[in-house]
Design a protein around this ligand. Sequence first.
Ligand SMILES: Nc1ncnc2c1ncn2[C@@H]1O[C@H](COP(=O)(O)OP(=O)(O)OP(=O)(O)O)[C@@H](O)[C@H]1O
Ligand SMILES: [Mg+2]
Length: 406
Amino acid sequence: MDRRKNPYAPGAGIQPPALAGRDQLLADAQIDMERVLARRPVKSLMLLGLRGVGKTVLLNRMKADADNLDFQTAKIEAPEEGTLPQLLIPELRRILFSLDLIARAGKKLRQAMGALRNFGSAFRVSVGEIEIGMTPTPGVADTGNIEQDMPQLIIALCEAAAERNTAIGLFVDEVQYLSPRELAALVLACHETAQRNLPLFFVGAGLPQIAALAGNAKSYAERLFNYPGIDKLPPEAAREALTAPARKEGAAFESDAVEEILRVTERYPYFIQEWGYHVWNSAPKSPVTKHDVESAYPAIISHLDANFFRVRFDRLTVLQQKYLRAMAELGPGPHKTGDIAATLGVDATSVATVRQQLIDKGMIWSQRHGETAFTVPMFDRFMKRQIKVLEKHVPRRRKPALPRPL
Ligand SMILES: Nc1ncnc2c1ncn2[C@@H]1O[C@H](COP(=O)(O)OP(=O)(O)OP(=O)(O)O)[C@@H](O)[C@H]1O
Ligand SMILES: [Mg+2]
């Protein structure tokens, strides 16, 4: 069909042509934001889900909704390497400048400027010029201890927003890559602003292990946040995600073609976009048939292998790859950690480090103690395609020292 009209949007964080199945969540967030503006208490949100379920898209949508309500918003993506202050400071600086545009600098705004400058110098990040009638704010956000400074800075920022009758929206993606102290600092900041009834709407997003990480950082995190699970789409929403964009272009899928795509994508949003995109390009005409879907299958799988899966695989060491291959041997999972080690031919303690490295890289996670699961849907089948035969792991032993010559 006409490639110029292809409506699908496979990618990372790209708004889909039809954002299906998330209406309730977005409506709930909208109500929360209006409550924040009215200075009523709300819980912060942590959107949890596997790769490609649509967390970033939701985060971006919520940010846009907050912008429409005239929130002052900042969005950052936690990097695998790098620090939170580096990313946060330019965004907060931008917010302070736009608060200044709303009206002449007030007392709280000047204090927040001072707090930001202190925070910048405590964490050795250049803040640039901030001169809006700034007065120094000694003793605020300047200790170099992020768990102390971050809440103070966010409080100062929220007070400045409150002074302007507006609110702050803070959106943090890939939260699992924050260091434990950075995460604790953010949780604390949310906690303290909530206690002071300050206007902050915080939304985090990332892999499902965040719930446990936040709980480890601060035990009250459980009560401070709502953790909506973002998952594969329910069947009706998955059909809508696939068929609505085609309908808008005057094209259609036969119903068994739709069901076949739902089956092979397992209703994961990212895969629905990929299948929609490729099948659209390869099908000769509308309506798309089940046969069109089946014929496109091998090309789509090679495309996914070469792109989506491969980039993740290439970042791994040989031993990490072997660990995942052993998991794949057992199926999609989750699996008992002991069974994975046994499949590798070793005991669990000898691969505990490699397992932890894979968790830190966001490749696997553990829902329950002693269990391990992939964070990337369908990764088990990719691993089997990539490494045909599972090799047992032989831990390297030190060579025994040669006997000394007599
Ligand atoms: N509700 C939805 N309906 C249809 N398509 C969607 C939906 N949500 C996301 N998508 C599509 O799925 C793809 C992945 O979305 P997104 O990047 O937001 O996922 P993610 O959960 O952030 O993944 P990752 O963990 O890898 O960052 C995008 O192409 C997006 O357009
Ligand atoms: Mg994302």
